[in-house]
Ligand binder design. Structure first.
Ligand code: HBI
Ligand code: FE
Length: 287
């Protein structure tokens, strides 16, 4: 995605960070966090990868209230060398990649209002911190995120950000993992959403397809509704291995020769775990 319109907000540093100003949150903001947290914490065990729940424990995120980024960073630094820094909202791609490449995760400091409880456009502190930060305690996932940032800086030079952004979307945001006893969620966009946490795992509508780097990079995605396809990895180690052996230069050159795929596409060579009915997406189109 290109965010050409973004300009550095007043009060932000050159790297777009701002103080979290934790003391400035009011009771209603902490209560909104608690409401979202309790709803997800009750539902996720048995659905999310165990590494996520371990991350909540390691970071002491099971305590009430919006977490203090300084404290999260202390614990995260000890676990995997990552930090959490606050930003006012979306930041330019290059700034985003540079933070990740340096093991800093940028998180929104604001929290959604009650009328936005199930959908909002810009990532808030619940999506960013509850959704993304727990897995940064996992060594392989932590390395994957850094590698993505480094890949982003290279993709920027090669004009390939759109292809790379799809990798982030279908793994970090909307990824599923195959475990011995069934599929598990790990993508932050799913894990921070009540509705999609159910849909991604249980609904017959979306495709569930084995991870393949080039195939995934050809696939368009939806930003306004539940995904029509989810891509399934075997492990974070496997994901890291399949994405870190090259600078993606040859991959991007190959992709220039191949067409984009619709979000619901299914190919003969896909490893299809579940062929979606697409009933949900079709019903949405009809209204
Ligand atoms: N900025 N704050 C914030 N959070 C994001 O997830 C984010 C961003 N800027 C760019 C971006 N994501 C993506 O477009 C890149 O992954 C390509
Ligand atoms: Fe996100």
């Amino acid at each position: 995605m290109a965010h050409a319109e973004l300009t550095l907000p007043d009060g932000a540093a050159a790297d777009w960070t701002v103080p979290q100003d934790w003391a400035a949150y009011g009771p209603a903001e902490h209560a909104m966090w608690d409401r979202l947290f309790e709803r997800q914490a009750a539902m996720l065990p048995g659905r999310v990868v165990p590494e996520f729940l371990q991350g909540l424990d390691i970071l002491r995120m099971t305590r009430p209230g919006i977490p203090d980024f300084a404290e999260l960073s202390d614990r995260l630094m000890k676990a995997t060398g990552w930090q959490v820094v606050a930003v006012p909202g979306l930041v330019p791609d290059r700034v985003f990649f540079d933070h990740l490449a340096n093991r800093r995760f940028v998180a929104g400091r604001f929290i959604r209002r009650p009328e936005q409880i199930d959908y909002l456009q810009e990532p808030d502190v619940f999506h960013d911190v509850f959704g993304h930060v727990p897995l940064l305690t996992d060594p392989a996932f932590a390395d994957y995120m850094q590698a993505y940032g480094e890949g982003g800086l290279r993709a920027d030079h090669m004009g390939a950000i759109d292809h790379l952004a799809r990798l982030y979307w279908y793994t970090v945001e909307f990824g599923l993992m195959r475990r011995d006893d069934g599929f598990r969620l790990y993508g932050a966009g799913i894990v921070s959403s009540y509705g999609e946490s159910l849909f991604a795992l249980d609904d017959a509508s979306p495709n569930r397809i084995g991870f393949d780097l080039k195939r995934l990079m050809r696939t368009e995605y939806r930003i306004d509704d539940y995904q029509q396809s989810y891509f399934v990895i075997d492990s974070f180690e496997d994901l890291l291995r399949k994405t870190s052996d090259a600078d993606f230069g040859p991959v991007y050159r190959e992709l220039e020769q191949s067409s984009d795929l619709a979000p619901d596409a299914v190919l003969p060579e896909d490893r299809i775990y579940h062929r979606g009915t697409q009933d949900y997406a079709r019903a949405k189109l009809a209204c």
